[in-house]
Design a protein around this ligand. Structure first.
Ligand code: ADP
Ligand code: MG
Length: 226
């Protein structure tokens, strides 16, 4: 589903953030990307959701090179991909319900569809009773659950989570990891980036480790293939 072929990314100022990346992610996989801060994790994810373009090589999504997608069609391409980040990015003046509904409104979904789907997805993440709360009335873990609901409500093919637990305490972290695993069982490919190895141990799936922009390990937990 996602394929990196000889991908390098050089940022302005000649900084090589990724070098010679070859990586295949199949539909339905759960892949954790780990590595120290600055190793290139976020850059790798940005290449998948077309926030950045490779300097060399290509990234393919369902066999189509992402860099060939016309700029005006990028918003449609991005509908295949849900994203969550460390810093939540919720709209502060909207309730949990409205934040999730907004993701559907911008896709021109009908009011009826929205009224059906939003409570369903908030139930899935365990916030069925907090739909009317504003972000400032929610804990960090609850905010991230709203973000997950918002990213997942259109049932994207891929969910990308960049340090989603970076601002959370250990128990909220565990809940978010469990939700990512649940989302993965609902036919969504998950790509999780984290510098925290203990999270990845909890996930217990495929791990790709980056160091200085290169893949130094690609293995199932406990089984080293590289
Ligand atoms: P990680 O997510 O693993 O911390 P990043 O992909 O964010 O790593 O960054 C990899 C390297 O690329 C870092 O050294 C960072 O400073 C550099 N970098 C990231 N984004 C930019 C940018 N927009 N311009 C210049 N350098 C960047
Ligand atoms: Mg990062």
């Amino acid at each position: 589903m996602i394929r990196f072929e000889n991908v390098s990314k050089i940022y302005p100022g000649d900084f090589m953030a990724l070098e010679g990346i070859n990586l295949k992610i199949e539909k339905g996989e759960f892949v954790s990307i780990i590595g120290h801060s600055g190793s290139g994790k976020s850059t790798l994810l940005k290449l998948i959701y077309a926030e950045e373009q490779p300097t060399e090589g290509h990234v393919y999504f369902n066999d189509r090179p992402i860099d060939s997608i016309k700029r005006r069609l990028l918003p449609f391409f991005r509908r295949n991909i849900g994203t969550v980040f460390q810093d939540f990015k919720l709209l502060p003046q909207k309730t949990a319900y409205e934040n999730v509904a907004y993701a559907l409104e911008v896709c021109d979904e009908t009011k009826e569809d929205i009224a059906e789907q939003v409570p369903e997805i908030l139930d899935i993440v365990g916030l069925g009773d907090k739909m009317e709360k504003y972000p400032h009335q929610l804990s960090g873990g609850e905010k991230q659950k709203v973000c997950l609901a918002r990213a997942f409500v259109r049932r994207p093919l891929v969910l990308i989570a960049d340090e989603p637990t970076g601002n959370l305490d250990p128990s909220a972290t565990l809940e978010i990891v469990e939700l990512l695993l649940k989302i993965n069982t609902m036919d969504t490919t998950v790509v999780l980036a984290s510098h925290n190895k203990s999270i990845v141990d909890k996930v217990n799936k495929r791990v790709v480790e980056l160091e200085n922009g290169k893949i130094i390990r690609d293995s199932m937990i406990g089984k080293y293939n590289v």
